[in-house]
Design a protein around this ligand. Structure first.
Ligand SMILES: Cc1cc2nc3c(=O)[nH]c(=O)nc-3n(C[C@H](O)[C@H](O)[C@H](O)COP(=O)(O)O)c2cc1C
Length: 393
């Protein structure tokens, strides 16, 4: 869609079970296909036919705490996108990958391979990840703090960019007569030794067709926004209020400009979670059907996980006391010590416990600073999920 020189970019954020917490239970959904290759190819071809720019796959390196009630099994995004690449022709392929728990050499090669095998359609959604459970999956007792994670992320991305450049343009000679395959003087050893990242030698993979895959970022803390303003060509973000979204937009564009970049080179991809019907009445009916399929226990676990609000001791029909939100604050930086939701109205006093964990979509009376794509800020008040497709401005 264009308006003068501006163009709207649309991405399909594929969460196989659906973005509503109960979507997988709806009779029209097909959770039994979640691990079939054709499922992803079909979705991506539909998005491609609708002129979407890209498909996007999130990735969390730990099992969902709510797996009992949630069809939240995840396939590896890079492997899945390789199958999507074979099923499509033009659509972009955005893979989420964590800088805290992977090594740059291995990831640079995987992304370069995807870029080759898709003929230049790969993109990397750079995330640092902030889960203690994830840390334990990779041999650490705790997740490094935000500043440390983003320092490693900067060093990591610099190393990956050098690795993608380790093969210069056209080093392959392929001279059958002389037996010379490549000009080794055109392959460089990155030799990176920084605080968090050490990489000696070149990739085994020639330079990606795009030069380097598109850099996307998701993470909204102060560190995350500065990082995005430095490196990202697009930012995926989940905002609950128009004022917050505008402030976010202004902040990252201003920072990008201060770093000497053109602000229009940094696209913002806000998550939207539409419920679509042939008519408004049909869409509302679908919304009601989905909401009626929610399981209160799911919402209670989500509240604990993301808002640090434990309502286990309350009966579902009991009023929620304001004290339940005692430790919550409205934070701009993500920090485990500073919970992320503030009841900004009398909701905490006046709403029954059950309504805190089953309503959907988001209500405007709880304010959250951030969320992951598969666990939206709305989980703080409603236990819902976010938000395909994403659109950029
Ligand atoms: C919109 C959004 C999407 C995210 N997606 C992922 C994801 O797919 N996988 C992941 O491990 N972390 C994801 N994260 C978490 C970030 O990687 C990051 O660890 C976390 O948000 C803390 O960084 P921040 O303080 O900059 O927000 C996401 C965060 C946001 C805000």
């Amino acid at each position: 869609m264009t308006n003068g020189s501006r163009q709207l970019h649309l991405n399909l954020f594929i969460l196989a079970s659906g973005h509503h917490e109960a979507a997988w239970r709806h009779p029209a959904s097909t959770p039994e296909r979640m691990f079939e290759p054709e499922f992803y190819g079909d979705l991506a071809r539909t998005a491609e036919a609708a002129a979407f720019d890209a498909v996007f796959l999130a990735d969390i390196p730990k099992l969902d705490d709510n797996i009992a009630f949630n069809a939240a099994g995840l396939l590896d995004p890079l492997v899945t996108l390789a199958t999507i690449a074979m099923a499509t022709e033009r659509i972009g392929l955005i893979a989420t990958a964590w800088t805290t728990y992977t090594h740059p050499w291995a990831l640079a090669r995987s992304l370069a391979s995807l870029d080759h095998l898709s003929r230049g359609r790969a993109a990397w959604n750079i995330v640092t990840t902030d889960s203690a459970a994830a840390a334990r999956n990779f041999g650490l007792d705790a997740n490094p703090d935000t500043a440390t994670r983003y320092q490693r992320a900067e060093e990591y991305v610099d190393a990956v960019l050098r690795l993608w450049d380790s093969w210069a343009d056209d080093p392959i000679q392929l001279d059958r007569t002389t037996g010379r395959y490549v000009d080794p003087s055109r392959i460089h050893q990155p030799g990176v030794r920084t605080k968090h990242v050490q990489v000696a030698g070149a990739l085994t993979t020639p330079q990606p067709p795009q030069g380097y895959p598109v850099l996307v970022q998701a993470g909204s803390s102060n560190h995350g926004r500065a990082f995005a303003a430095t490196y990202a060509e697009a930012i995926f973000t989940a905002q609950q209020h128009i004022e917050d979204a505008q402030a976010f937009y202004t902040d990252v564009k201003t920072q990008a400009t201060a770093f000497g970049r053109r602000p229009e080179h940094l696209k913002i991809l806000p998550g939207l979670s539409p419920i679509i019907g042939g008519t408004e009445e049909e869409a509302l009916r679908l919304q009601t059907e989905l909401n009626e399929l929610t399981v209160p226990a799911f919402g209670l676990i989500q509240l604990k996980d993301f808002a640090y609000v434990d309502l286990d001791h309350l009966d579902l029909d009991e009023r929620v006391p304001e004290e339940a939100f005692a430790g919550a604050g409205n934070v701009t930086d993500n920090n485990k010590a500073a919970p992320r939701c503030t009841p900004t109205s009398s909701v905490a006093r006046s709403r029954p416990c059950a309504s805190c964990c089953t309503s959907w979509p988001a209500r405007a009376d709880t304010r959250c600073s951030r969320a992951r794509p598969s666990r939206s800020p709305t989980t703080c008040s409603t236990g819902s999920r976010t938000e395909p497709p994403t659109a950029s401005t």
